[in-house]
Design a binder for this molecule. Sequence first.
Ligand code: CIR
Length: 284
Amino acid sequence: MASQGKPLMNKIMRNNPMTDTMSHRFTKAIVRSPARSITDGLRAGDGPDPDPDTFQAEFSAYVTALEKAGVAVTRLPALEAFPDSVFIEDPALCLPKGAVVLRPGAESRIGEANELEPALRRQFADVRKLAGPGFVDGGDIMVTGSEVIAGLSARTNRTGYDELAAILKDWSYASRCVETPPGVLHLKTASAILGEDIVLCTLQMAQSGVFDGYRLIETAPGEDAAANAIRVNDTVFVSAGFPQTTARIREALPDVSVVELPTTQAALVDGGLSCMSLRFFQPE
Ligand code: CIR
């Protein structure tokens, strides 16, 4: 299934209204403004702090771009007590049938879930909550057109996945868990769903077999960080600065617009495009 250095796909899949509402058809999004304490954001390396003003500018461009792609965005206020709270994807999972309040795997982030819960209850009739003791970060959850894939990582463990899987089963969603490669923060740090069965991913992920059966677009050599892209309706957003991967996506998805967005500040604290919103489909 993996390509030999260039995308195998040459035509876009027909949209299926039953399942593309899971993978990329969205009507709404929830975001949280970046806190100025983002300078204390978690990161694997010892790189420089993000600049709060530049972060805010990049975040504003991101929100405007989501709106342009057709989603109504709910903006939640910054939480200074939680430096990483702009990465709102991690404390929840939003699906057409309901929302799950997750349990983020980093100690400094676990309180983000309670902060987010009231906003989820305003938007969803059915809100479930992981009771623990396991952990799940939303960055480890990929929702495709046919299943929910959970990456086990330093932030998501088997106990957390098992509790989530029971909720998903109750909603009739198929799920499975896979290993996120060592050294990769989240499953979606290294992969993105760009259509019901179309996955953008790094060579390492492509070779892992996790996405066997999916149509793969590989990131170009040296551009692994481009894998954290998102598709929102008929637009794919990709981080700016990865021209070869962007070209591969354009070639593979000729009917979709591919838009580059700056994520220089999020990248300093191991974040990217998927992390800064919760995107979901709700019929009018
Ligand atoms: C963290 O380490 O939790 C944040 N600094 C970055 C979170 C990125 N979230 C994501 O990929 N879903």
